[in-house]
Design a protein. Sequence first.
Length: 390
Amino acid sequence: MIPRIKPVGLGLIPVCTLAIALVASPTLTAQQEDSSSSRSRAMTLEKQGQTTEAEHIWSAIAKADPRNAEALAHLGLLEARQEHYDIAIDFYRSTLAIDPNLPGLQMNLGLTLFKASQFPDAIKAFSAEIKKHPDDPRLTILLGMAHYGMKDYLVAIPYLQRAAERDPQNVTIRLTLANSCLRSRQLQCVLDTHKEIQQLNADTAEADMLAGQALAQMQNKAAAEHEFREAILKDPREPRLHFALGYLLWSERKWAESAAEFQLELQNDPQAADAQVFLADSWVQQNEFVKAASLLESLTVSEAYAALVHRDLGIIYANEKRTEDAIRELTAASEADPEAPEPHLQLAKLYQAANQQRDASKELMKARTLHPQSLPSLEEVIDAAQSPAP
């Protein structure tokens, strides 16, 4: 699964941290009386949520004194509130060049970088801040989430574990931790975290789905199926859930059951290409060639599933006595996956039926030199769909 960034830290860290810190800082007070009055007015408007008016005053102060770090910092804060993250980052960095020790500056810069998905720079900002405040739970969460966003799952895990220990009731942190453990193949960690979530009486399908994926990787398919079905009872519209169960059943050659799950996944997400491919294959395995053909022929074949799609089309066309089309598709299947013996076996059958014994013998020889590979794991199939090769 594609990692889902949860708003864990963002809900706990007020965007106005900087503003609060600045109010308490006597070193930032303007010297001139008119500037002091303008500053007070801008602060009041900012607290009242009158962003445009406050921004106008801070801009005037910054124009009069381009090195006024406080004004630049507040302009960054106001732009961030409007989700103008690139502009806010520029203001914060200008402030940093003038006064790197301004209270709350690194935190707000980090938050804005995080929201803009600029995770490496966000980590630098949070790391600088956590040196000053090593026990700040907010920074622990944010560092974990930022590393998670970068897919540095092994690095994220210790931060998320500490955050979970400090906040025993927080389900969202634990879900992110379980995701990180799954992505880094720390499978027992997934199951332990799932148990913690269950003990919190959290009615979340995602936790059961993650446990199911871990169990599937541990080859405990019966337990994995149980977790997937538990998740479906809680939320049948959880993304990728029916596909996960469908693929598990497909890998066990339970074609009718897998087809039903792939169809349910397509009800939730009609554009799920992998669900379409495996649904069609489930139909092919049940000799429901007409239904499978209408689906496969309408698909735009991705690299991840090219071999399976071409193979199934070859089988369908062979059944329809469309020999040339079948040979074309099976040849394409063998080219897409040179290690797969089945396209060669199917080609051998075609050539034998056409009394082309020499070609049939060649294909049988190729098939004998190859060995069926183990099926991709559920995680590999999901990742291939969500992060396709260029």
